[in-house]
Design a protein around this ligand. Structure first.
Ligand code: GLN
Length: 483
């Protein structure tokens, strides 16, 4: 039962082969049995799940239908969930029970999805390895000595290990696509503004975007359908009609123009990954796509620009965690300053503190022009590169990451080494473009992802290309040993 995709679950429920309650119980038992190896969940919401599953079964019995009605999922633990701990992977919010549901959570619940729990993540979504979580590192089900990627590593590890069919995630600089690549999943970061950020605890507000993680493009289409849409509560949400993503999955790739940036194949890319990317290009050519070399000349400046802008926004967003209104508070403060200092010092981990310091520095008078403003100018150049490229091609293709998942602890002493691994993913966030990572093969038994980028609001195009590719490849059907 645990091998089923969302699409298969929807058919099974419609055909009355099993109930949502039965399926939910099977998956909850599987999580209890196997998750101690992975640490992919921070909280399990068994009672809520059973209650939602029963309600979904009752709705189906009353003649309702829908791809998500009775479908078990989990939420990354930065989506606010009413009355349920929403920790952001931080000691700071270990005691925080959200007083309301995030729009994404409310929309999926209304569609009938069943919440099994909240998944582990890098603290405040800062990281690429899921090692900065206060609740401990998450392990990669493909090799328990390796990281699953981050910051949505819990969602990715859980879905890859077949603990559940799909999960929500968020992507500020690659946190949906990179863990998807490291665990053999499809992960889609939508266009900035496509999915509401209301109730999604902010890391870097101008870059953050929620999206789905699943094993197939079909399932990502189903989950995105439930997440996307205008939200008056989010001032950056965009009022664009949401297409029927599942209905758009049948299009031929004949004549699809794929741009391959020459800058992507530099010395930093593992040659074994380069080879797998070439194979995926050939596969898409067989399906009718036309390949064109393009250039993204400002890509080399993207990492330094991102690692100024994201910490700058984070330093501002995280100022609300002061020990006064909610979250961790130190014991017996001597005065107000002592309360702030010790509450924040005790509540935040090292990576979060590093980002707050970098961000506050970049925003301070005297450095603002030299760092923050300059980074914003680079951001515009990165966007302009993409706009020029999309005059010539329909999608852009390349690796998702320069290397496969590294060993746990391998980059702990060198944060910059981890930052450099984001080279292929952060440009989409700087430009606000949609991007997807899909399975492209294995290196030393570890999964490798190929990334597709598209013009604004062309999530449907990405999903269709990924679906056609998956109809002709079987990487995504491989299951990690032991799961
Ligand atoms: N690795 C990047 C960072 O640490 C991206 C994280 C994310 O997308 N949330 O900032």
């Amino acid at each position: 039962m645990h091998q089923m995709t969302l699409a298969e679950i929807a058919r099974g429920l419609a055909d009355k082969k099993f109930s949502s309650e039965e399926l939910t119980k099977v998956l909850l038992a599987r999580i209890t049995q196997l998750d101690p190896q992975l640490n992919s969940f921070i909280s399990l919401t068994e009672d809520l799940a059973i209650e939602q599953a029963k309600a979904a079964d009752a709705r189906r019995a009353n003649g309702e239908s829908g791809a998500l009605l009775g479908a078990p999922i989990a939420h990354k633990d930065l989506f606010c969930t009413l009355g349920i701990r929403t920790s952001c992977g931080s000691k700071m919010l270990d005691n925080f029970k959200a007083p309301y549901d995030a729009t994404v959570v409310a929309k999926l619940a209304a569609a009938g999805a069943v919440t099994l729990g909240k998944t582990n993540m890098d603290e405040f979504a800062m990281g690429s390895a899921n090692e900065s979580s206060w609740y401990g590192a998450v392990k990669n089900p493909w090799n328990l000595d390796h990281v699953p990627g981050g910051s949505s590593g819990g969602s990715a590890a859980a879905v890859a290990a077949r603990l559940l069919p799909a999960a929500t995630a968020t992507d500020t600089g690659g946190s949906i696509r990179q863990p998807a690549a490291f665990t053999n999943l499809i992960g889609l970061k939508p266009t900035y503004g496509r999915v509401s950020r209301w109730g999604m605890i902010a890391y870097a507000s101008s870059l953050d975007q929620g999206g789905p993680l699943a094993r197939t493009a079909e399932d990502c289409a189903i989950l995105l359908q439930g997440m996307a849409g205008f939200d008056p509560n989010d001032s950056t949400s965009i009022d664009e009609p949401v297409p029927d993503y599942s209905a758009g999955l049948g299009e031929s790739l004949q004549g699809l123009r794929i741009g391959v940036p020459k800058e992507y194949f530099s010395a930093g890319l593992d040659p074994r990954i380069a080879e797998l990317i070439q194979n995926s290009i050939q596969q898409l050519q067989k399906l009718g796509a036309v390949i064109k070399e393009i250039s993204l000349p400002n890509m080399q400046h993207a990492i330094p620009a991102y690692y100024v802008i994201a910490p700058a926004e984070a330093s501002s967003n995280l100022s609300r965690f002061d020990g006064v209104r909610f979250g961790h508070r130190c014991e017996n403060p001597e005065n107000l300053i002592d309360l702030y200092k010790r509450s924040r010092g005790e509540g935040f981990g090292a990576e979060v503190e590093r980002r707050i310091m970098v961000g506050a520095y970049a925003l301070s008078a005297g450095y603002y022009d030299a760092y923050y403003l300059k980074a914003q100018k680079i951001r515009r150049l990165v966007k302009n590169d993409f706009m020029a490229a999309f005059n010539e091609v329909d999608i852009i293709l390349g690796p998702t990451t320069p290397n496969p998942a590294w060993k746990l602890g391998a980059k702990n002493s060198d944060p910059v080494a981890a930052y450099l691994e984001d080279v292929y993913t952060i440009t989409a966030n700087l430009a606000g473009l949609p991007g997807l990572s899909m399975p492209a093969g294995f290196v030393d038994g570890l999964p490798v992802g190929v990334q597709l980028l598209a013009p604004y609001f062309q999530e449907g195009r990405l999903l269709n290309v990924a679906h056609q590719y998956q109809l002709n490849t079987d990487w995504h059907t491989r299951t990690p040993t032991g799961f």
